[in-house]
Design a protein around this ligand. Structure first.
Ligand code: DC
Length: 231
């Protein structure tokens, strides 16, 4: 028997595959709430960096957890804002050093356990389209639709590079590719909830697709899987 009150769409994949931009647009189209779980891990990493703690130091990061308040809300625009101990850190978590720290902190089992309920509660309260690395495998194993979104490392590095430039941050393309490859290895190689395609996820490769093409592809997959429930 299906006791779920709300519908859920899980989008997992490596960084730079276009998950967040696509999920945000899909959420608007379908009138679902977009939940960016990477932002939650980024907030965790920012907390560690601000405390002078190495985000890969499991014991030191675990010690910080009881004193942390990580929360989020959604404004009238439907956009997710992140708070660390009450301070709005939505912009601060987008910096490049926080990206590397998030992938390190995300490998710590205590961090993953600490953030699990926050993510699951969001899916109990709303129809959600949630993106991350382990949404279809761990966070929402009963999601109505699961998509594994990927693209080649080169295509993803190129997108990340453009994104940073658009935000006015200087960026070295070769360095970004190196970081993308390192992050992939860390996210896929960790013991705790590694990035991997759920058995029942649909694979979507956007290497050769532009935004509009990727959006159409995902919308078709979702509409087909949700059936009449998508309307
Ligand atoms: O999607 P993102 O780049 O904002 O995510 C930042 C880091 O957080 C990424 O390197 C992996 C980690 N992460 C995770 O382990 N599990 C998730 N559900 C989401 C993100």
């Amino acid at each position: 028997m299906d006791l779920k009150k709300h519908r859920s769409i899980a989008i997992d994949g490596p960084s730079g595959a276009g998950k967040s931009t696509l999920a945000r647009r899909l959420a608007r189209e379908l009138e679902f709430r977009y939940v960016d779980t990477g932002a939650i891990y980024r907030t965790m990493a920012l907390a560690a960096l601000r405390a002078g703690v190495d985000p890969s130091d499991g014991a030191a990061v675990a010690d910080l957890l009881p004193g942390l308040r990580i929360s989020l809300d959604y404004g009238g625009d439907g956009l997710q804002r992140m708070y660390l101990n009450g301070e709005d850190v939505t912009e601060a978590i987008r910096r490049n050093e926080v990206s590397a720290g998030a992938s390190k902190a995300a490998a710590i089992p205590a961090v993953r356990a600490f953030l699990l309920d926050t993510q699951r509660n969001l899916a109990e309260e709303h129809d959600v389209i949630m993106d991350g690395r382990d949404i279809g495998t761990v966070v929402l194993p009963d999601a109505d639709v699961k998509i594994f979104l990927t693209a080649s490392p080169e295509a993803r590095a190129e997108r990340r590079w453009r994104e940073l430039l658009e935000r006015g941050q200087s960026a070295d393309r070769a360095q970004i590719l190196k970081e993308v490859i390192e992050r992939d290895a860390r996210d896929s190689g960790r013991a705790s909830a590694p990035l991997k395609q759920a058995e029942d996820a649909v694979l979507a490769d956007t290497t050769d697709l532009d935004f509009e093409g990727s959006f159409r592809l995902l919308l078709d997959i979702i509409r087909e899987r949700l059936g009449g429930k998508a309307e």
